[in-house]
Design a protein around this ligand. Structure first.
Ligand code: FMN
Length: 194
């Protein structure tokens, strides 16, 4: 899915395993807003890709690339490397990010150093427990990559599908988050295109 037509690119990474996902609704709000501000947005639903866990084989330490031949290597990493903004959106599972999100994060070890200065957006959705620690997990991932953390991120409260629509504060925060990501991305990256 591609929206907008700006030279700055956004990748939204969705870590929900569900086809009807609260987290996706909130991610869409952020991507829509960034699209309105002229960014080209792509959404990656991790559940639709084959992404194997990191084997910790350490071959990437020498080669600089991952030896696992799957969609992370072939499709998702190229999108990340071309992006100026990466938004990671995950349901909260046991006070942490979802399994899909964690596998995604681990598989970026092979591109450490190459996400530097990209702007990081963060969204978590849960029924109300451990949202902070899930958000911290995303932020720590970005800090390790020396990315620029957009702000505190967005927390949404929901359990069954659609409940997120009642969390009006989360939608307000999502719009503010998108504005801040846009501001930072233009500050850091727009000169590259002058
Ligand atoms: C395995 C599992 C663990 C969960 N753990 C938590 C949790 O620790 N804290 C919480 O607030 N919600 C937890 N939830 C609820 C989900 O975060 C919640 O249903 C969320 O809306 C799912 O997002 P999604 O619709 O985008 O998949 C858990 C759900 C599952 C399936």
């Amino acid at each position: 899915m591609v929206r907008g037509s700006n030279s700055l690119r956004v990748v939204g990474v969705l870590g929900s395993p569900r086809t009807r996902s609260n987290t996706e609704i909130l991610l869409d709000r952020v991507l829509d807003k960034l699209g309105d501000e002229g960014f080209s947005c792509v959404k990656v639903r991790l559940r639709e890709y084959v992404v194997k866990p990191c084997y910790s084989c350490r071959k990437c330490l020498e080669s600089g690339c991952c030896c696992i031949d799957d969609d992370m290597t072939g499709k998702i990493i190229p999108l990340l490397l071309e992006a100026h903004v990466i938004v990671v959106a995950s349901p909260v599972n046991f006070d942490n990010v979802s399994t899909l999100t964690k596998i995604f994060m681990d598989r970026t070890w092979c591109i450490r150093g190459r996400l530097k200065n990209k702007v990081l957006g963060s969204i978590v959705v849960g029924r109300g427990y451990g949202l902070d620690s899930a958000l911290t997990c995303i932020h720590n991932w970005g800090l390790k990559h020396r990315m620029i953390i957009g702000d505190r991120g967005v927390m949404g409260i929901a359990f069954d599908y659609g409940e997120i629509l009642s969390d009006t504060r989360a939608f307000t925060d999502a719009e503010k988050h998108a504005s801040r990501l846009a501001e930072l991305a233009l500050l850091v990256w727009s000169r590259s295109f002058a």
